[in-house]
Ligand binder design. Sequence first.
Ligand code: GDP
Length: 253
Amino acid sequence: MTAPEPARPAAKRAPVETPAGRAALAWLHGTRFLTTASRLDQLPGPAQPEVAFVGRSNAGKSTAINTLAQRKRLAFSSRTPGRTQHINLFEVGPKDRAEVLLADLPGYGYAAVERSAKLRWQRVMADYLSQRRSLAAVVLLADARLGLTELDQRLLDLVAPRLAGGAVRLLVLLTKADKLNRRERQQALQACEQALAPYADSGADIGVSLFSALTREGLADVAEVLHGWRAGSHAAAEGPDTAPAPAQEQEAP
Ligand code: GDP
């Protein structure tokens, strides 16, 4: 009888990727820049389901997009001057037949933004989230150490009517999960699920995932979710992109 092997110290290994996860990552690797827009009417028509990435400045949005696409500088940090108020669109899928558009929306909550710029931002976001016909899903990124803040909830309120019944799906990514220990991760997930409970009616399609660009935790799973959204999306069932209704002129986040 041989002696049992000594236990190995817990190694920080990259999460195992399933074949479906690998296929989804290969698909995302083909992500390319399509266009940038500062107004809704500059966006292309609703040909593909669109997945909007939103989050506070510094939440890790551009890092997550770049990590998902396995590219260094596809999306720029929301602090990059001149980019803060734009919607950047990326295509995913075969070159001649994009299957999904990824929309990188301006980060919010960055203090050094003028009031007029905040108001304009709020109008664009409110119009986009409530009226963009091809919007199929929202990926909301939040620092796992902070969870969903009031600003995130205000953003969710803009899209809440479309979450009800599942017309628009929601995936919350709790980013920088590498900074949390096991207990903190559980707490972060639970707190987030609680905060999302008011949005989760019977038909709503809402998910939460821990995510780390550093350790790749959640990466393949999130890629699989995005891959799954390319077909069978029911966004097209909604009304057309029409003239924006006036947004409320409150102080923006
Ligand atoms: P954005 O403003 O939401 O686009 O945020 P960035 O992607 O620019 O990230 C903000 C900061 O968080 C940067 O310093 C990143 O390096 C850092 N960051 C982003 N993702 C991770 C992560 O998964 N783990 C850790 N430890 N840091 C991250």
